[in-house]
Design a protein around this ligand. Structure first.
Ligand code: C5P
Length: 274
């Protein structure tokens, strides 16, 4: 896009400034896991992710269950780009409020997978939340747990942190509010998904504060890039479930070798050109 100033490129999304209080978030077809952005895009991925986010914003936000204010301004994203660029953003963009992002990933888990399963095997807890003994890979948890993560140094994985460490970073009251809202969002979404044959094993939310200091749900929400989507019909405790998300890419990155090193231990990718 040339009709708006580029604010920055994430691994999957490109952000453009719309005045000083809004952002046009364009979801590309790029796919990434850990800190690797794959060279080959997946056609249609950006549109699919956008549709899923919009679906959940509608269902969980002020027009639906009203669990949390959301970052969408409600305007048509195509209205802020030049006419010849509308096609480029169609179906894959959101016009959102510019927020002050909270530097913590709000992860909720209903099942034990990924880093949760790894941590449990070592400590019988995840992010300091104690869990009963005897759980297995993919076990359903007695109740959903909140397991925050913090952005680590560039090129490193995000690291799981305890709730107390999160509270020390952003303040106890805000941390509690984020934990409560995240669990309620997860419960509402996973209850709905279950009626459609999908188990949402876990997911990650991101929040920001608006100009009035209101806690606002931002970024993508409950997509298969930020969640594990398991088909209920093939769910089996103890096994690695098939996953309608990018788990296959994580698994591949963790085992594939390039130049004698695992993919996820490669030097960080070069910065994308503007
Ligand atoms: O890898 P881990 O088990 O910690 O991930 C838990 C959940 O949080 C998964 O659904 C994953 O997609 C999501 N997540 C994410 N972005 C991160 C870390 C985790 O969307 N940076």
């Amino acid at each position: 896009l040339t009709s708006l100033p580029l604010l920055g490129r994430g691994k999957v999304r490109d952000n453009y400034a719309v005045g000083d209080d809004r952002i046009l978030m364009v979801t590309t077809d790029r796919i990434s896991a850990f800190d690797v952005v794959m060279g080959e895009p997946i056609p249609g991925k950006g549109e699919l992710l956008t549709r899923l986010s919009l679906f959940w914003f509608d269902r969980l936000g002020p027009r639906g269950a009203n669990l949390c204010p959301i970052h969408l301004t409600g305007e048509d994203p195509e209205s802020v780009v030049a006419p010849q660029e509308r096609e480029q953003v169609r179906g894959r963009s959101m016009l959102v409020k510019r927020l002050q992002p909270i530097p913590v990933e709000a992860v909720v888990r209903g099942y034990l997978a990924g880093s949760g399963w790894k941590e449990y095997q070592q400590t019988q807890a995840v992010c300091g939340v104690p869990l009963p003994p005897g759980l297995r890979n993919a076990s359903r948890l007695p109740r959903p747990i909140f397991t925050p993560a913090a952005k680590a140094a560039v090129g490193e994985h995000d690291e799981n942190i305890t709730f107390d460490a999160m509270a020390a970073r952003i303040g106890g009251a805000l941390a509690e509010r984020i934990r409560d809202v995240s669990i309620r969002l997860y419960e509402a979404a996973s209850a709905y998904a279950a009626t459609r044959g999908i188990l949402i094993a876990d997911t990650k939310f991101e929040f920001g504060l608006d100009a009035d200091g209101t806690l606002t749900l931002m970024d993508e929400v409950l997509t298969p890039d930020s969640s594990r989507y398991w088909p209920a019909e093939s769910y089996a405790e103890g096994a690695n479930p098939p996953s309608f998300d990018k788990q296959y890419l994580r698994d591949w990155l963790e085992t594939a070798q390039v130049d004698g090193r695992p993919w996820n231990k490669q030097p960080p990718p070069p910065k994308l050109p503007a």
